[in-house]
Design a protein around this ligand. Structure first.
Ligand SMILES: [Zn+2]
Ligand SMILES: [Zn+2]
Length: 275
């Protein structure tokens, strides 16, 4: 059984449980390694929808101190992570903050494009699509922004790579097999490979409208072929979801051929075998 969860949230951002409660749940659920990765949003940018509760530079130190303290009491390896929203115009500032933050793990993500959320509500997803002129324009824009995030060199792993499919149950908005979509994903994977960044297997997708993990199996297969390592995360926002869907994840990893999962400690990549 996989005993790592490198993506979780606490009340320091939009999670429902305290860091101590999350760590206690990890212990109960048999996790050996967990990373808290609360949302972080760069201070020079106006608050975006869904990020009202994100960490800022003002409470970052306290957040890291609380994780450090939880590490001592519980006997689980608790890692200090951040899920950082990549914003092009704030790249320099984000780079500096992440470099100086003394964290274990920097998880990069794109939840917003043109000031609108990708994954907040389906209503807003549609608005975002319209603002891009078409679904094609929307997903190409999304993967371009994600590629810029990876090129920045700020991050260790990419969170929920194909988040853009969140409302795409039964190909409601696009077909993942269409040439332009495959090209957009592959362009992004090329950048990931070049920058030696990991891709996250995010199991929260199972509980989202699309009903399946991020990224899709064909993308995980391409990662395997390209020699891109995976990190794993439940993206839990409460104790109940922590470490969820590990059975499905393990089956998927074995099916594809992965025998190990990466995680980050002190920004260095380490591995655990998938047994
Ligand atoms: Zn996220
Ligand atoms: Zn998250």
């Amino acid at each position: 059984m996989i005993c790592i969860d490198s993506h979780s949230h606490s009340t320091f951002s939009d999670g429902n449980n305290s860091i101590n409660e999350m760590v206690e749940a990890a212990r109960r659920k048999g996790l050996n390694i967990m990373a808290l990765t609360d949302h972080f949003q760069c201070p020079i940018v106006d608050r975006i929808v869904g990020f009202e509760k994100a960490l800022t530079i003002n409470n970052l130190k306290k957040y890291l101190r609380v994780i450090e303290a939880a590490k001592v009491i519980r006997g689980v390896k608790v890692l200090k992570g951040l899920e950082v929203e990549y914003i092009s115009k704030a790249e320099e500032e984000i780079t500096e903050i992440v470099k100086k933050a003394n964290i274990d793990f920097a998880l990069g993500c794109v939840h917003t494009l043109k000031g609108l959320a990708v994954d907040y509500t389906e209503e807003e997803f549609k608005k975002n699509m319209l603002s891009h002129g078409s679904m094609k324009g929307f997903y190409i824009g999304y993967y371009e922004q994600l590629s810029s995030a990876i090129r920045s060199g700020i991050f260790d792993s990419v969170a929920h790579l194909d988040l853009i499919k969140i409302f795409n149950k039964e190909n409601k908005y696009f077909d993942e097999k269409e040439e332009e979509y495959v090209n957009a994903v592959e362009g992004c994977l090329d950048t990931i490979k070049k920058k030696s960044v990991c891709v996250e297997l995010n199991t929260s997708g199972f509980d989202k409208p699309v009903g399946v993990q991020y990224p899709s199996k064909w993308i995980i297969e391409r990662c395997f072929t390209a020699g891109i390592d995976l990190t794993i995360g439940s993206d839990a926002h409460n104790t109940k979801s922590l470490g969820n869907h590990r059975v499905e994840a393990e089956k998927l990893l074995k099916d594809v051929g992965f025998s190990r999962i990466a995680y980050f400690e002190n920004r260095k990549k380490k591995y655990e075998e998938v047994k």
